[in-house]
Design a protein around this ligand. Structure first.
Ligand code: SF4
Length: 296
């Protein structure tokens, strides 16, 4: 166990442990990938809407952002699984649950080793992140993209630094995230802009949303996905307490918009039809399926 200061914000405790399996086989149909690979459990990006928080209770920890579990032997275990052909060439989603480029990765540097193994086995992957630490590994990722399909998915939820640093305090600021997409557009990897969750009253005004779609076209993303904030289970109470504390002027409107976990359908359809028009205006593809080889 190690104690590490996350850029002066709070003390993060790292728990090193040995995993038995690296890849998690997903049973859900309709996804473009078949396996999840997460090298950390817990995430210091500390997004206020994070749905992965609930998974932490299985580790007897309530502190998702400060109690980080590190699978120190993951490279070794992954290599054994790939060597015996466990994926059969099907896609792995890296960081789909906990970001692989969160601050812990600065200290542990596990991703370069993982990427070298993926290159060796020509394994196709999707890497999702909110951190520009991924640029450290751009050459390795580009190398992998010369052997196998690679997609870099970057989630950006707002164009406003103030909002972003409250909602996702440990992640890179919006401009740094756009820069990831810009830099990867020069590599062989494909890129995706994930505009979700769209945050009611914080990032849903037309001017901001148009700016986001325009920017994604300027950094030449291969596709864009979007989705309105969904507040499931315990996340709803946590997120609404955050709104009450940081943006009290929107609290009652949130309560009205979210009688349950899903936002009011009229609101959602207005957002999606506006974004549809913007994507058409700026020529941004909205279909993941158009760029994924196995879907063609
Ligand atoms: S980056 Fe993902 S896993 Fe990490 S806190 Fe944010 S939503 Fe959760």
């Amino acid at each position: 166990m190690d104690i590490y200061n996350n850029e002066g914000k709070s003390d993060v405790i790292f728990h090193d442990y040995k995993c038995k399996e690296a890849l998690y086989h997903l049973k859900r149909k309709g996804l473009p990938y078949s396996f999840d690979l997460n090298i950390y459990r817990g995430c210091s990006h500390n997004c206020q809407y994070c749905y992965a928080r609930k998974s932490h209770k299985y580790l007897n920890s309530k502190d998702f952002e400060n109690d980080i579990f590190v699978k120190t032997n993951i490279g070794e275990v992954l290599e054994k699984e790939l060597k015996r052909g466990r994926t059969s060439g099907k896609f792995i989603n890296i960081g789909g649950v906990c970001d692989s480029y969160q601050p812990a990765e600065k200290k542990y540097q596990l991703m370069p080793g993982i990427l070298k193994i993926l290159i060796k086995y020509k394994q196709p992957v999707i890497i999702s992140t909110k951190s520009d630490l991924i640029l450290r590994d751009i050459e390795l990722i580009d190398q992998l993209a010369h052997y196998a399909w690679v997609n870099i998915a970057v989630t950006i939820t707002s164009d406003n630094d103030g909002i972003s640093s409250k909602v996702e305090p440990g992640a890179s600021l919006p401009e740094a995230r756009w820069n990831i997409l810009q830099e990867f557009s020069k590599t062989k990897a494909s890129t995706g802009f994930h505009f979700f969750p769209i945050l009611p009253f914080l990032s849903d005004d037309r001017i901001s949303m148009e700016k986001m779609v325009k920017r994604s076209s300027e950094v030449k993303v291969d596709y864009m996905l979007s989705g309105v904030l969904y507040l499931s289970g315990g996340i709803k109470d946590r997120y609404l307490s955050f709104i009450k504390r940081e943006f009290p002027e929107y609290y009652s409107a949130y309560v009205k918009l979210y009688p349950r976990g899903k936002a009011n359908p009229d609101y959602k359809s207005k957002i999606h039809s506006f974004l549809g028009r913007m994507r058409e205006k700026y020529g941004v593809n909205a279909q993941y399926s158009k760029i994924i080889p196995s879907y063609k």
